[in-house]
Design a protein around this ligand. Structure first.
Ligand code: PDD
Length: 283
């Protein structure tokens, strides 16, 4: 089955999708994106992802020529054409193709790209073992709330983590934990879930919001407040949230175990509630 691409409304096999070298996404990272996965073949939280794409685009003064409904139709059509059991859909909107100049070109048509690939789940063994993370100074820019294509800070951090044998990099800015390179992060202290607040330092993760709502629905306290590096190192439990990781226990930080070194009970509960609500077949 083919991977599917879409360029400005035209579907094609992904390996035929070409964008000119002067696309501003390529030369400046001047664009925004989303990653959406399917469950049971249907795009998950598509409304929330499209709303965030719209917010990110507005934040960089990029006006999408396509309505959200159009994007939604492309997503559905791309998933149908690819025909995978579960798909990973990537959406990207850049300012368009123009001679290289930092300031915005006056007449330019934004480039809309969509790709559909088979969803590769993370290794299921990690659900039982949990993962290690590496803490790193957050060297990214000051608008991490925008899901922009400028991912070099995230790329360098994740690579450093990988080289150190860790699954994810966790950013620390001024002694405060912000988020992971591809995920949000939460700690559990005395049975309460705590995660950094939504501000310019983190991406307002869609999984993050669902998990906070699930915790509250099941009577677990959930606070959005600053998590210091000290809180992080003294946490009873730590876990990651995100489209690709869902809810994933962190059992080691920089080589040192988090409490018992095993996934904690609140994390496991939250993963099970998440799975009950969204992952398990509805029959
Ligand atoms: N990343 N924080 C960052 C920096 C991210 O890149 C992501 C997701 C998240 C989690 O957000 P959500 O729950 O909405 O997926 C948090 C995607 C998967 C990526 O860039 O591949």
């Amino acid at each position: 089955m083919p991977d599917i691409g879409l360029l400005n409304g035209d579907f094609m096999p992904l390996d035929r999708l070409m964008v000119p070298v002067e696309d501003r996404g390529y030369q400046f990272g001047d664009g925004v994106y989303e990653v959406i996965r399917t469950y049971h073949g249907a795009p998950f939280q598509v409304e929330a992802h499209l709303a965030r794409l719209d917010r990110s685009a507005r934040a960089i003064e990029l006006v999408s020529p396509h309505r959200l409904e159009q994007w939604r139709q492309w997503i559905e059509e791309g998933i149908r054409r690819a025909g995978y059991g579960e798909s990973k859909v990537y959406l990207q909107l850049t300012r368009g193709v123009a001679p290289r100049d930092h300031a915005f070109p006056s007449q330019v048509r934004p480039t809309a790209v969509l790709t559909v690939r088979q969803m590769m789940e993370i290794n299921p063994a990690l659900r039982t073992t949990g993962v290690e993370v590496m803490t790193l100074e957050d060297l990214r820019w000051a608008r991490c709330d925008i899901k922009s294509l400028n991912l070099l800070g995230n790329v360098m951090a994740r690579q450093r983590a990988k080289m150190a044998g860790a699954f994810e990099a966790i950013f620390v800015r001024n002694r405060e934990v912000t988020e992971g390179a591809v995920s949000n992060v939460m700690i559990v202290r005395d049975g309460v879930v705590i995660t950094p607040p939504e501000d310019h330092r983190i991406l307002a993760g869609i999984t993050r919001r669902l998990v906070l709502d699930l915790a509250r629905k099941h009577g677990i306290g959930a606070r959005e407040r600053v998590v210091t590096a000290e809180d992080f190192h003294r946490a009873d439990e730590i876990f990651l949230t995100g489209t690709t990781v869902e809810v994933l226990a962190v059992v080691r930080i920089d080589g040192k175990p988090v409490k018992t070194g095993r996934p904690g009970p609140v994390t496991s509960q939250l993963f099970n509630w998440f799975a009950d609500e969204y992952l398990r077949p509805t029959g």
